[in-house]
Design a protein around this ligand. Structure first.
Ligand code: HEM
Length: 411
């Protein structure tokens, strides 16, 4: 669904909510990169859209001139109370923050996301979760790969991590959809969901101040950071937990779904991965490169001249990591999916100081979800392409994806 008029020229009037851009942005990025590599639009509040790898990497370094305090392009609705710069920065720190707040809030998260910690805490849980989801539909010989599988995994892993009720998973998905998915169309829904998340998390944080539990929220509350800038208040812990919920769900759900979409529409890649399971880590990197889900934004704090482009204070700039990952200057045959691609230094997880803090967990969830699926359902295909629905805008991935396979048995 788009509320806008059709795009006539992608280099002067692009629309990230256009159905063609949502369904398959790859040829559009190619045209933009070749004709106008830092395009501008007045749509959706106005933004710049760099599509070259080198530009994205350079723009990501321009801190604090390009601030992260408003990472979505759509402005809040006019009646929404204006937040101070500090309130914007801690709203979902570290992703919404600039140094120094970004520096110490990121440091608070890093220990919990170290490779070993993530592997120890979440491998068994994720494996069992994936098996139990498949048990729920394998006998039917069909499922919705986006709704019944990909969508179910990240919210439960995040609930497990934060120590909140896993039965809240569907509610989390609804909130996250409104914050990221509907944000382009309905700022009101986005703001209402934002408030619900904050209310929920504030009560969770307050409960743990009294009674700490064995979970990440309790760890964050009682953390000691060796930094004069650090002020770990309830609001800061609510902001960080908010980010984990929002950044950890839509993104990973999109990546798992896109990988299943690819395998369900490319039988030769599917049979190769089933025959050579040792290829999975390499394939996961190619899924991440080709179908990168995340495009966050920056806001210019001052006028900036970058490569001859006059960016004015207050302008939004899309950090188009997905387009950068299709730049022929950096990737051979960038628009081809090569399941055993060897040289693949993609920026699906971002670049610079905000590079994804959850990448180890994201890779673990993707690898486990695909490994368990392929073990139990080695033959499958997307059964109704007409019914497919993608979410787009700033986080892209399948949201409806009917699939068929030979019926199997629950464990
Ligand atoms: C495949 C899944 C994921 C992708 C593609 C992804 C992508 C990204 C990207 C591109 C950024 C940088 C944003 C920017 O520059 O403004 C980012 C930041 C971040 N991500 Fe992820 N992410 C994923 C999963 C996760 C998960 C599972 C978590 C944790 C539960 C997470 C936590 C974070 C955090 C905390 C940041 C902010 C880091 C900072 O600002 O210092 N992400 N992610």
């Amino acid at each position: 669904m788009t509320q806008n008029t059709p795009v006539e020229d992608w280099t002067t009037d692009y629309d990230i909510s256009d159905p063609a851009y949502i369904e398959n942005p790859v040829p559009i990025w190619k045209e933009m990169r070749e004709r106008c590599p830092i395009a501008h639009t007045e749509r959706l509040g106005g933004s710049w859209n760099p599509t070259r790898f080198d530009d994205i990497r350079e723009l990501a370094k321009m801190v604090p001139e390009l601030s992260s305090r408003q990472p979505l392009v759509m402005p809040p609705p006019p009646d929404f109370p204006e937040l101070s710069v500090y309130e914007q920065q801690i709203a979902a720190a570290p992703i919404t923050a600039d140094p120094p707040i970004q520096t110490w809030t990121r440091r608070m998260l890093l220990p919990a996301f170290a490779p070993k910690t993530v592997a120890t805490r979440y491998t068994g849980y994720t494996e069992e979760l994936c098996h139990s989801l498949i048990d729920g539909f394998i006998a039917d010989g069909r499922c919705d790969g986006a709704v019944d599988y990909a969508q179910q995994i990240p919210p439960r892993v995040i609930a497990h991590m934060l120590g909140v009720d896993p039965e809240m998973a569907d509610t989390f998905v609804g909130w996250v959809n409104a914050v990221l998915g509907d944000a382009l169309f309905s700022p009101e829904k986005r703001m209402a969901a934002r408030e619900s998340i904050r209310e929920f998390l504030t009560s969770e944080v307050e409960a743990r101040i009294e009674n700490p539990k064995d979970d990440l929220i309790s760890e964050l509350i009682h953390m000691e950071i060796d930094s004069d800038d650090a002020q770990i208040t309830t609001e800061v812990v609510v902001g960080i937990s908010n980010l984990l919920l929002v950044a950890g769900i839509d993104t990973t759900w999109s990546s798992i779904g896109a990988a299943l979409w690819h395998l369900g529409t490319h039988p030769s890649d599917l049979s190769r991965l089933v025959a050579e399971p040792e290829l999975l880590p390499t394939a996961v990197e190619e899924f991440l490169r080709y179908y990168s889900p995340v495009t966050m934004a920056r806001i210019a704090e001052v006028d900036v001249n970058y490569a001859g482009v006059e960016i004015k204070a207050g302008d939004k700039i899309l950090m188009n990591f997905p387009a950068a990952n299709h730049d022929p200057e950096h990737f051979e045959d960038p628009d081809e999916f090569i399941i055993d691609r060897q040289r693949n230094r993609h920026v699906a997880f971002g670049s610079g100081i905000h590079r994804c803090a959850g990448s180890n967990l994201a890779r673990l969830e993707m690898t486990t979800a695909l490994q368990v699926w392929l073990e139990r359902i080695p033959e499958f295909h997307v059964s109704d392409r007409e019914a497919m629905k993608w979410a787009g805008g700033q986080v892209r991935g399948p949201r409806v994806m009917p699939m068929s396979f030979p019926a199997g048995r629950a464990r």
